[in-house]
Every structure is written in C-alpha cells, then in structure tokens.
Write a protein that binds this ligand. Structure first.
Ligand SMILES: [Zn+2]
Ligand SMILES: [Zn+2]
Length: 356
C-alpha cells in the first residue's frame, strides 16, 4: 500500500463517513498553509490530508482504496513505496475540496474542471539491462476508467438533455447549516448532485451511472527510453483514469525497475564485469569473448596483462539517456595460476626458468 490514508487522517479503518470528514476538517484548519507560511513539512502534510480525504471522503474511491490499497484500483502499482511522481504541485482535486469546506471561491468552472479530471495512476514494470540498450516498447494491461462509449462520456442517455439541478437550483452550490461549539455556521458546499455544474442529465446513462466513464481492462503501450535507470519514473500524459463527464484524463506514472544481472554491475552508464584467464594467456596475450549487455564481444588481452587489470570495451556499456553516446564496459581480468602441471608443462616451465 502506497500511503495509509486512514493513518494520515488519524482515523480507524472502520471510521464512519462523518468521522472521516470531521477529522479532515479539523486537520485542514490546523495545517492550513496560510497559518504556516513557508513551512514545507506542514505544506506536505496539508497536501497529504487533502489527498487522503479526496479518497476516503468519496464512497466509490474509498471502496477501491479499501480493496486494492490505491485509489486507482488493481492496476495501480502495488508495493511501490517511496514513489516520487506526485511530488511536485499536483494538487488536483485539492483546491476544490478546500473550497467546498471553507466556502472560498464561488462555484466557478475551475473547481469543476479539477474535480472532474481523471485520477493519476501508478504502475510498475521491470526490465532487463539488455532491454534498455535501445528504446523498448512494453504493453501492459491495466484496469482503469475509460470514457463510457454508450454516452460518449456525457453521462446522459443518448438523445436526452440537460436540466437545471434541483438540489442547487442551478447555482452549483448548496448551503448547509452546521451546529458547532460557536453556534450555527452556514457553510457552502459544491452541490453533490451536479458536482457544481448547475445542470444534471434529464436521463442518466445507465451504463456508467451518469459518470461518463467506467472501469475497463485496457492495454497501454509504454515506450521506455534507452538507458533509463532503476527507480526512475515515466509519466505518460492522459493514460490515467478518464475524467468524469468527458473531462481531461489523469496521467499514468510508470515506475521502472531494472532487474539485476549477476554477470554485470551497472555503474552509471558504464557496465563492469569480471573474467578469469589462464596465466599463459595473460603472459602471451590472446583474444577472448566476453558477454556484454549488447551480446558477446571480442576482447583483446594484450601480452603481459596483469592480474586484476581492467580492460575497456569502448561504448559497450549502457546508452546515455537523451544522447547518442554510450558508456563503456570494463572487464576486470583475474589470472588463474594452475595448481598442478603436467609433466610436459613442468618441463617447459623449468626450461623457461633456466633462461632467466
Ligand atoms: Zn455512459
Ligand atoms: Zn446542483
């Protein structure tokens, strides 16, 4: 599980919707960035509680989250801890939740757009070093929200029209009286029926529950650029969940893991490996075949090669991402000294010694 939203909001797993909302409101007031200007930690926590509430405060997302541990369902890369993809300013769904609680910002189009944008998703794929010598293409299957084909994402039954929302009389906002310690407080919320649009379909599309999107298993092609490193993340725009009511889709974050290969060590863009040759080959020189990420390559062992000497295979390492260059492959040479010699060998060696 990427993030424990219950823990972030400090509520039990079986907390009621009311308890979740209460915890969120309390924390969001305490941690509001206006009160803690420039405090990055608080800012981060504020973002987290908003992210947590966006999921736990939404029955559908909460269900998915409870089942799969991510808000995006089983396609979401389970077990990818420490994921960095959302680190920078992705506050989708953040400002509008905030507005809905604090009555800030009239029900404008901006809030609606953000609320209806599809959620970002995460997946993980793993590749071999040799797959990364050139750009690689991978096809994955994920469960995600796609635009409903029956209503073209509109959420309305075909041929039906939109009517003014009864709940909010077309304003997109509703006012609720809230009893509190300080007396009765009137708060404005985004209308739950029309999500702030002010209009609702006269006849809802029954295939997607008027959401304009539904869950499907789809194939996504991912182009993995050559030379990518283990732990890097690709962002594929528009391949996350489809937005509600035909709105903009979220992005798909693809977390790359590169499987280790016991023959090689990756050292940045260079590759290192070891090989053992016979002492006679070290003395006289020879040519051997060594495995590289690009397949077997001939390596010239020069006369007089020393034990533990490193030889270079130029540009046989990993491609340097975003350039046409490549790293080198370095081979460390180990020299094997025979423990036993045949009679002939011994005779030759003795002869050699006598000439020194
Ligand atoms: Zn539909
Ligand atoms: Zn409404």
């Amino acid at each position: 599980m990427a993030k424990d939203y219950y823990q972030i909001l400090g509520v039990q797993r079986n907390a009621s919707a009311e308890e979740v909302k209460k915890a969120y409101r309390k924390m969001s007031k305490e941690l509001h960035p206006d009160k803690h200007k420039g405090d990055k930690d608080v800012e981060q926590r504020f973002k987290e509680i908003n992210e947590a509430y966006e999921v736990l405060g939404n029955p559908k997302k909460k269900q998915t989250y409870d089942q799969f541990g991510t808000a995006s369902g089983p396609g979401g890369g389970a077990g990818f801890e420490g994921f960095q993809g959302f680190g920078n300013g992705d506050f989708s769904g953040f400002a509008d939740i905030f507005e809905s609680f604090f009555g800030g910002g009239a029900g404008g189009g901006g809030g609606k757009r953000k609320r209806n944008r599809g959620e970002d998703m995460e997946v993980g794929i793993s590749l071999e070093l040799k797959d990364l010598v050139e750009d690689a293409e991978r096809t994955i299957e994920i469960q995600k929200m796609v635009a409903c084909a029956d209503c073209d994402g509109s959420g309305m039954e075909k041929g039906s029209k939109k009517i003014t929302c009864k709940e909010c009389s077309g304003t997109g906002q509703v006012t609720r009286q809230q009893q509190s310690f300080f007396g009765t407080i009137a708060q404005r919320f985004v209308c739950p029926d029309c999500q702030g649009a002010g209009e609702v379909p006269e006849k809802k599309c029954e295939h997607c529950g008027a959401e304009g999107r539904k869950q499907e298993k789809v194939r996504v092609n991912i182009l993995v650029p050559a030379g990518i490193r283990d732990g890097q993340t690709l962002r594929i725009r528009g391949q996350g969940n489809a937005g509600r009511l035909g709105d903009e889709p979220g992005d798909l974050y693809v977390h790359i893991s590169v499987r280790s290969d016991k023959r090689f060590t990756r050292d940045g863009d260079d590759i290192r490996s070891d090989t053992t040759i016979a002492v006679i080959d070290a003395i006289l020189g020879t040519q051997i075949r060594v495995e590289t990420v690009r397949g077997p390559v001939d390596l010239k062992i020069p006369e007089g090669t020393q034990p533990e000497q490193t030889l270079r295979l130029k540009e046989k390492g990993m491609p340097v991402a975003g350039s046409s260059r490549s790293g080198n492959h370095y081979v460390k040479i180990h020299v094997e000294i025979p423990k036993k010699l045949s009679r002939t060998e011994k005779k030759i060696m003795e002869e050699w010694r006598s000439t020194r």
